[in-house]
Structures are given as C-alpha cells and as structure tokens.
Design a protein. Structure first.
Length: 358
C-alpha cells in the first residue's frame, strides 16, 4: 500500500483581493487581541488604507471583524478616549462591505458627548470632523476657523525645510483630511505644495521609506506629480520587504512602512500589495535602506557656525567633499528632485542666528 504524503503548501493568493483578505485576517486575528490599544491602531490603519484605495474584497474578507463590530458600542462606551480608532474602524468596515449601519449612531454619540472638544490638537479635531462627516454629523460645527488654521500651519514652508518628523507627518495628514483621501481637490496653494516637497526632500535625505511614502501619497492627493527620483527609489524599496511567519507576533516590526509604501504604489498606479501573506502571526521586515546623509549634512553645517551660508551654490562643494560617495549620491539626487532646492537649502541652513561659540 502506498504512503500518502501530505504536503504543507500554503494557499496561494492569486490576486490582490485574496492577498488583501489575508492581510486583514493577519491584523484582525493573528497579531494582537481586541483588548490591546495597538490592535485598534493597526487595524484602523490597514482598514483605512484599503478603504481609501477602493479595495474590492470578497464577502468573507471581513468575517474576522464580525465579533468586534457586533460589540463596538460597548467597547466605545467604555473606552471613549479611543473614539477616533473605533469610529474609523466602524466606518471603514461598513464602506468595505460589512452589513450594518452603526456608523451613523456612533458619529452622533461622539458629537453628543463632545469628545472632539476634548482634543488639544487641531489635527485631531480635523480627523474627528472628517470621520463624523462621513455620516453627516459635524462634531465641531462651531469651530469655523479650523481649516484656516490647518492651512496656515501647512503653507509655512520654512517649517518643513528643517528636520521635524512630527510636523511632516502632521502635514501629510492635513492633506489626507482636506482631500478626503484623494476623493476631492484640496485646493492647496503654492506654499503648501512647497511644504510637501521640502518635507519630502528631508525624508529622502534621511532615506525614510515611511515618511516619504506618505508625502508622495499626499502629493498625488493634491493633484501633484511625485518626483521621479523619489518614486523610483520607493519602488525599489518596496521589493525589499519580507513577510515572515513567526511563532508569536512581534511587539514591533515594520508593518506601517509596509502599508505606506504599498499604499503609495497603489496611488501611483504601480500595483502594490503583491506579497503573499503567510498563515498565522506575521513579522513585517524592511531591508535596511542604508543610512541617509541627513544627519551628516546637519553636523557639517552646524560645525561651520559663522562661516555657514544659506547660498547653496557656495555650500555645495564643501558639503560634497565632506560626504562619502554614497551620501554624496543621495544629496545630488535630492537636489535634482525638486525645482526649489536652493530655497529649501536656505531654510535648512538656519543662518538667521549665527554667532561665535566660545
């Protein structure tokens, strides 16, 4: 009698919908439990990316979220401090095909409780408004100046010619909210667009896959072309991710970088979400893109003190000589990426208060 050998061959996800379904299963069931706030964060992010990308999922794709959705009122009522996560997940599940219409009552409850008024940040209030308005409810209806304040912050391009990752991420999210994630024209003025390009230049000099992906997405949502150099580099980096099955979900990994770069590829018409997703817990691994020259350039500039100039044509040679070949190549590519590199550099040089150090 012959021996029957069972081959442990994983199910092949032969199209994007199957791969995205497997990705949702991974985040919903394999990495963390519902009671973990990081479960809320991760699932809000992955659902937001797929919903704003117009993902067409099979009916069973959302099954892993059914218990959470059925009990979402109780969860939100007990953990109102996480209302933006709960509301985002609920609205995106319904948009992606989950039967039900709880989003309307949850949005009204959030507004009635005044939860958006408890936020200190204009950006968080803008997110709350954007979420609730998806069901026709404005939780900050009396704040008529909110959008003007966000635009005023964003169009000050000098802010984004200096390393400040928090400000840069806030900039991208302002574009996300103003554009309804690419659904409407956010009508950004020239200063706002310069801010995005300056922030992108810093992200590229830092070889920061996550932030540069978000900035390129924001540019596309604003109807602007992404610099080809940035787009080409991100396309190369997307091929360097590995999804590894592990016994237990890691406490930290590069899941967010994976989501952002694949979201960028989708918005750019370059595919995205091509990786097979293993069964069970998954570790998202990003190959090291190398150390960008941003820190080295900053240190060189600071050491010059009084001799530092805001004129890029005067500083190019000295900075290039101080860098390694690889770092110099990144700097040269950054210069070639945007038309206003000299204006960016004038802000980056920070020559407004130079003095002799004793």
């Amino acid at each position: 009698m012959g021996m029957i050998v069972k081959l442990d061959v994983p199910f092949r996800q032969n199209d994007k919908a199957a791969r995205q379904t497997a990705l949702l299963r991974c985040f919903a069931s394999e990495r963390r439990g519902f009671e973990d706030v990081f479960w809320l964060k991760e699932n809000a992010e992955v659902l937001n990316v797929l919903e704003s990308s117009g993902a067409a999922l099979p009916e069973a794709a959302l099954d892993a979220y059914r218990d959470f959705y059925d009990d979402i009122e109780s969860r939100l009522g007990f953990f109102p401090q996480y209302y933006r996560f709960f509301l985002s997940i609920c609205l995106d599940l319904e948009s992606l095909g989950m039967p039900g219409n709880k989003g309307e009552s949850l949005s009204q409850w959030v507004a009635d409780q005044g939860l958006a008024q408890a936020e200190l940040s204009d950006l968080q209030r803008a997110e709350a408004r954007r979420l609730c308005l998806r069901r026709g409810v404005d939780p900050v209806a009396g704040d008529i100046g909110l959008e003007d304040r966000l635009r005023s912050f964003a169009k000050r391009s000098a802010t984004f010619s200096m390393p400040n990752k928090k400000a840069a991420y806030e900039l991208t999210h302002i574009v996300f909210y103003l554009s309804e994630y690419g659904r409407i024209d956010p009508k950004l003025d020239e200063g706002f667009i310069d801010s995005l390009r300056f922030a992108g230049t810093l992200a590229y000099l830092d070889l920061n896959v996550d932030l540069l992906s978000e900035i390129c997405i924001a540019l596309r949502f604003a109807g602007q072309a992404c610099p080809q150099i940035w787009q080409g580099w991100l396309s190369e980096q997307a091929r360097c991710f590995v999804l590894e099955d592990v016994p237990h979900a890691p406490p930290t990994d590069e899941y967010h970088q994976f989501l952002m770069i694949n979201w960028f590829l989708h918005t750019a018409g370059l595919g995205g979400f091509a990786h097979q997703v293993p069964e069970g817990p998954v570790r998202f691994i990003q190959a090291d893109p190398g150390r960008g020259p941003l820190r080295d350039i900053s240190e060189q500039m600071y050491s010059m003190d009084g001799s530092r100039s805001s004129d890029w044509t005067k500083m190019r040679g000295a900075l290039s000589e101080a860098l390694s070949d690889d770092a110099r190549a990144v700097l040269n590519a950054a210069e070639a990426s945007i038309d206003k590199f000299d204006e960016f550099f004038a802000g980056f040089s920070r020559t407004g208060m130079q003095g002799g150090r004793s």
